[in-house]
Write a new protein. Structure first.
Length: 365
């Protein structure tokens, strides 16, 4: 019979407990003992040395219990009051538990030593987005990927299936989004793709200012007088609109509750969408360049770009209506085809344009 090899437990100051429970007591290191408890090594060490009473006592411990530290110390006859780093130790316990959870799916020490780059929950994934991680490890269920974050590689640990937060299939290559050992939820696979139609005479289809004004007012159902004086605070956009000889269809400036300027502006003209805020400056997007606008007003345009409309610029209740208007303009002006939902078809079918003597749905067919 092969001789059983016993392992030691590294404790305070590098001391390795090999035989007697007194060694643990004399060189007690709370953080390391907690780690050994969570990964099962502490119970195995005691069991191998026939400390049956201590093994039974450990089996009743729950790491989330408020008196966990006191009970763990009591088993080894250590004064719990001498351990004064409660907050730090609790944080260590959370990290240890996360590492042990990840260890079930990978033994890669590079990953285990870099668990701050591993998302096991949606909250952790959102935190990694904010940190702009270029490589994100996924280890968990019910995770949703947001395509608005570009230049990211997702690496699955174990059998990972993710949802994609979009309404139309995304060109991941253009956005430099890569997946390794990650499955995509089947609901994404049945989404429609953006199909671009090359029209021989796109410019002939572009509607007049009168038609666009009626389109906007009836689809979005917002009636607000255009105040050109607002543009005095936004000289850059004002100069662009004047230079391009565009007519303003809709203009909105966001203000705080106290009335101060937030330096944010959202403008729709007969040819373009203009956005201005204090962080990203002015942006002009031609209807010809728009490829898709989702219901949260993420505007995909050109080959790789995307622009999110700030929540303060358009009220949430109006976002889906404004996005529908922009998708209609994109289809009319550039020939980009987008798949309408049943509700959107009903909306457009019921919008009759006096300026064209037809419904919006008839106009884009």
């Amino acid at each position: 019979m092969a001789r059983k090899i016993r392992f030691g437990l590294e404790l305070k100051d590098g001391y390795r407990a090999s035989d007697n429970i007194d060694e643990i007591r004399d060189h007690f290191d709370y953080a390391k003992i907690v780690e050994y408890f969570l990964n099962g090594k502490l119970e195995k060490w005691l069991d191998d040395r026939h400390y049956e009473a201590e093994v039974i006592a450990l089996s009743f411990l729950k790491p989330d219990a408020p008196d966990f530290k006191e009970k763990l110390c009591y088993i080894f006859k250590v004064d719990s009051k001498s351990i004064d780093a409660d907050k730090i130790m609790i944080e260590d316990e959370i990290t240890i538990k996360k590492r042990e959870f990840i260890r079930q799916y990978t033994s890669d020490e590079d990953v285990l030593g870099n668990i701050e780059s591993v998302a096991t929950t949606q909250e952790e994934l959102e935190m990694l987005y904010k940190r702009k991680n270029k490589v994100i490890y996924l280890c968990g269920r019910d995770l949703s990927i947001s395509p608005k974050y570009e230049n990211v590689k997702y690496v699955g640990l174990g059998n990972v299936t993710v949802k994609i937060e979009c309404e139309t299939k995304i060109n991941f290559d253009k956005m430099n989004i890569k997946f390794s050992n990650v499955k995509i939820d089947k609901t994404y696979l049945i989404l429609p793709e953006i199909v671009e139609i090359n029209l021989t005479s796109v410019t002939e289809k572009k509607p007049s200012v009168e038609v666009i004004e009626e389109l906007f007012s009836k689809i979005v159902n917002i009636h607000r007088d255009n105040n050109d004086n607002i543009l005095k605070n936004y000289e850059e956009i004002n100069d662009l609109i004047t230079k391009n000889e565009e007519t303003i269809i809709f203009l909105h400036e966001s203000k705080s509750r106290k009335g101060e300027h937030w330096n944010k502006l959202f403008v729709i003209t007969n040819n373009s969408v203009y956005m201005r805020d204090c962080t990203s400056g002015s942006k002009r997007i031609l209807y010809d360049d728009i490829r898709l606008v989702d219901r949260d007003l993420h505007i995909y345009y050109g080959k790789e770009a995307m622009k999110s409309v700030d929540d303060s610029l358009i009220a949430r209740k109006n976002k889906s209506k404004v996005s529908l208007f922009l998708n209609v303009m994109a289809e009319i002006c550039s020939g980009t085809y987008f798949k309408l939902t049943a509700d959107e078809k009903n909306i457009l079918k019921g919008v009759y344009l006096d300026s064209t003597n037809c419904t919006v749905l008839d106009l884009i067919k």
